[in-house]
Design a protein around this ligand. Sequence first.
Ligand code: FAD
Ligand code: SF4
Length: 558
Amino acid sequence: MTNTREQIEFDVLFVGGGPANLAGAIRLMQLAGEQNLELEVALIEKGSDIGSHALSGAIMDPVAVKELIPNYKEVGCPIENDVRGDSFYVLTKQCQYAAPFVPKYMKNKGFHVISLSKFVRWLASIAQDLGVNIFPGFAGTEVLYGQDNKTVIGVRTGDKGIGHDGQPKSNFEPGIDIMAKVTSFGEGAKGSLLREIATKLRLFDPKVPQTFETGIKEVIQLPESNFFSDNPVNDIHTLGYPLDLDTHSGGFIYEMKNNKVSVGLVVGLGYHNPMIDLYEEFIRFKKHPFVRGIISGGRVVEQGTRTLGNGSYYTMPKLAVDGAVFVGASASMLNAPALKGIHTSMKSGMLAAKAILEALSKEDFTQQTLYAYHDMFNKSWLKDEVYEGRNFAQALSKKMPAKIFHLGAQYLTRGRGFVDKMSIEKDSNTLSLLKDGDFQTAERRYGKHDHDDVLFLDKLTGVYMSKTQHREDQPCHLIIHNPELCVNECLKDYRAPCTRFCPGNVYEMEIVQGTQEKRLKLNPSNCLHCKTCEIKDPYENITWTCPEGGDGPKYTML
Ligand SMILES: Cc1cc2nc3c(=O)[nH]c(=O)nc-3n(C[C@H](O)[C@H](O)[C@H](O)COP(=O)(O)OP(=O)(O)OC[C@H]3O[C@@H](n4cnc5c(N)ncnc54)[C@H](O)[C@@H]3O)c2cc1C
Ligand code: SF4
């Protein structure tokens, strides 16, 4: 058993192996190569492999990958399909109505349908060939600061082999201190290290809080002859059912290769009804006659869940501090109206890489120097896209018909709308108190659990299909700050919504043996790392932290 903490030094450290940081790492090495500079660069990823925690729709606008790797198709970029045609439907309980036109943001003809897991694995292989040291299975759990207590000087990775009681076991391995002149944080939506730095260094403007959506997605294997055979349309978006038009949500169906299809439902976490069960809504979406018709005869081959930030421009943090930059979804780099964050995240990583290289050549890693990234952001197409969505989430949070008026005005004025810098509630503040009858309505809504283990899976089978695993004997990575609150207030006021917004069945209310008392029971091994609980809990009583590196889902094609 070793207790000494190792320290390793790099020039640049990337935390998170998503498209933002991988594109950043590749661009950094390309630029360094052009200047004959030798750099020591590392990238850590909490998943057991690059791509194992990657989940997206996904339709990718190729603008960023073209800039980064102009011959991306020739060098093996894994593309599932090209979009042949788009369609957009409003769903009622039994019918679908094709919209008279497809909104400009949803016009994807010529873009690529990809699996993000496969795409980031490919990016990682390119980064590795350029000399980036990639360490999957390492979760960044603590930010390291310099003596001034504000300059980021690296990241500590999580200890391995700690028992449930917090004591080291015989296989204990202490985490490593990875020191770097510059650290690029690209942890995706709701990054846990970003949360820590943001609190310490006040990165966010509290007036417009970051807001989120949760997406549940499956890859379904269809029979050889299916809806898409000879169909000019292979990119479908829906609005409405299973939720109402007041609730911000939407479905997507994208044709992948080899008769597979990507099917997902995204729900804005600003919803009001505490009885909404996100997973059951996804099942209801799949059972809608229109969707069922597309996927019938199919078999679910993988399932997963992830949140995405939809806040856009007004919710961006400061993009740099002394010793660090923030890229990708963590930094609100999303084209919100288009539900596209892959190309925007990549571009942010690439711009940050350029600023990092300038900082390295000046040997100056202060916020002032790294802010070149922000200046480049302001001059690039990335800003135009992120800026256009600046009031979009706020408009979606309104009820009908105000929602339509705001969205329409924003559509015609490139995002400005009637009110520029619209306000919005934090997602944790939007649940309404439970009303009489809410429970009965929910029972009717979700009562019939006719899951078939093939195409309509129950929650636990869904977790199984995400291949999620955690070492059982480790401290719980979900911190419930005040367990009493769960029973004394949350259960009464909202009927424990964590048992419904968590798609992994991690939270359960149980009766304490031999008493009438209830308590919250956690099944952290089921956790899909989506982070919905930290965002939506009405008392902000849950904090998500990284479990042991390598644990969690093992996505291969999401
Ligand atoms: C359901 C859904 C549908 C979407 N559809 C589309 C679409 O069709 N088109 C599109 O362009 N975009 C889409 N997006 C958005 C897009 O996927 C994201 O914007 C994009 O993946 C963000 O990239 P990123 O690199 O910032 O973060 P991520 O892709 O989230 O990657 C972050 C990585 O960092 C790792 N990580 C996090 N914390 C740590 C830590 N502390 N230590 C080590 N590793 C860590 C994570 O495991 C993960 O691998 C969708 C998103 C969702 C959820
Ligand atoms: S515990 Fe939280 S992060 Fe884990 S699956 Fe449930 S909602 Fe998602």
